[in-house]
Design a protein around this ligand. Structure first.
Ligand SMILES: Cc1cc2nc3c(=O)[nH]c(=O)nc-3n(C[C@H](O)[C@H](O)[C@H](O)COP(=O)(O)OP(=O)(O)OC[C@H]3O[C@@H](n4cnc5c(N)ncnc54)[C@H](O)[C@@H]3O)c2cc1C
Length: 383
């Protein structure tokens, strides 16, 4: 395994840590297009596009919008559901096998609304989840206040999803799995891959700043940076960074029992090892441009509104790159042109949740076993 950083130090470092089996529903629900202006104009809203990036994001954005039509939405939800089913059980079993059980647990996952009217405004998403076997209870009023006393009185309605889970430290989870990989005989090389050497239409070496590393079969799983590596073998694919942010509040003075999605703000509050992590929002900007701290201020604004007694004196900030495809589906596939090259990237908002299943599916592809799900929707050839 070759990575320019140590394990779990890129996007997997700072995500919200939720094992979100309910994530079969893409962001661009039918009707999403009409909501975009409102999302972007709200100064505390979840979406921004930097001015100089508008023209660059346009082709991806148009394709993303077109994928919100009803028929496409149903196909995406079915395909995602086939990957997401059993995600928490997979994580818990994998962690148990590899000494990482401290860093994942099963738990409910709450979606928080002000009231039933706000919940009903999301009914397309909830119907789609129900049709795909996602189950939940509704918590209201005192029931919700007893379960999570720190939530502001203004929010009186929550969906409590069954069969979900979370990680109290996604970085430590990835590091524990990587340590077990090494203990069992795997090799980790910390090096930047600058090119892939190809002979007779197959990859034979990775050109790194530490020299050439021989390779016979290659799996490209480099998050948003996979685009450049994949272009070496196949046509350019529309992989885009959806930048997201977190603020991790230490000594918050309140506690949470489970992760809570604030549906209107598109952000999650997760109880983590060192406090509460508020993570989410979407920014489209140049991949290597500096983080915009305004997004962290938005997260803090929502933290205060959701939990009025929270202490926000001590916090850290972070930005990461969700690797996102315009059809909201990852690429889990053999290369179109090179039989010994495979792809596992583009997991957008669901990369933590889908890690173990993606690993199993790629292992099947590489070893010639029959994958347990239909991988056609995730093929690199779909573009
Ligand atoms: C704010 C936020 C909240 C999120 N919340 C959740 C959540 O609650 N649940 C969930 O399931 N998902 C969540 N996600 C999404 C999830 O974090 C990502 O989908 C996931 O981290 C992607 O993992 P990855 O391994 O594909 O990419 P990364 O974690 O970005 O890893 C890519 C790796 O490739 C390496 N690399 C790249 N190019 C090269 C090269 N040339 N040579 C060597 N190495 C290279 C990098 O060093 C890096 O380590 C969230 C994301 C964000 C931003």
């Amino acid at each position: 395994m070759v990575d320019k950083f140590a394990p779990g130090e890129a996007t997997s470092f700072g995500n919200a840590g939720v094992l979100a089996e309910c994530g079969c529903v893409p962001v661009n629900l039918p009707g999403f297009v009409s909501k975009v202006p409102q999302l972007m104009l709200d100064p505390q809203g979840p979406l921004s596009i930097s001015a100089g990036y508008m023209h660059r994001i346009a082709p991806w954005g148009i394709s993303f919008m077109l994928n919100s039509r009803r028929s496409k939405f149903e196909q995406v939800a079915d395909a995602m559901s086939s990957l997401l089913s059993g995600a928490t059980a997979r994580h818990v079993a994998l962690a148990a096998e590899h000494g990482a059980s401290d860093w994942v647990c099963a738990s409910p996952y709450y979606y928080l609304y002000r009231d039933e009217t706000d919940f009903m405004a999301d009914r397309t998403a909830w119907q789609a989840r129900e049709q795909r076997g996602i189950t939940y209870d509704i918590l209201q009023g005192d029931g919700l206040a007893q379960a999570e006393p720190a939530i502001a009185e203004e929010y009186r309605y929550a969906v409590s999803l069954h069969g979900h889970g979370f990680s109290r430290n996604p970085e430590k989870l990835v590091k524990a799995l990587a340590a077990s990989f090494v203990e069992k005989g795997g090799e980790l090389v910390q090096a930047e891959i600058r090119d892939v050497i190809v002979e007779d239409n197959q990859p034979v070496g990775l050109l790194t700043h530490k020299g050439v590393l021989p390779v016979s079969k290659l799996v490209v799983a480099a998050g948003v940076w996979s685009r450049q590596l994949a272009a070496r073998f196949d046509r350019d694919i529309p992989l885009q960074s959806e930048r997201g942010y977190h603020v991790e509040v230490h000594n918050p003075g309140i506690s949470l029992q489970q992760p809570i999605m604030y549906a209107a703000g598109k952000l999650v509050a997760t109880p983590v090892e060192n406090g509460i992590r508020f993570a989410g929002l979407v920014e489209f900007a140049e991949l290597d441009s500096l983080p915009d701290r305004n997004f962290c201020h938005r997260l803090l604004y929502h933290a205060r509104r959701l939990f009025p007694t929270i202490c926000l004196d001590d916090f850290t900030e972070w930005m990461g790159n969700r690797p996102s495809m315009p059809d909201s589906l990852p690429v889990i596939s053999r290369s179109e042109n090179f039989s010994d090259v495979f792809y596992a990237f583009g997991h957008q908002h669901m990369g933590l949740t889908l890690g173990p299943h993606t690993g199993e599916l790629i292992a099947d592809l590489v070893s010639g076993a029959r994958p347990g799900v239909d991988l056609q929707p995730f093929s690199i050839s779909r573009f």
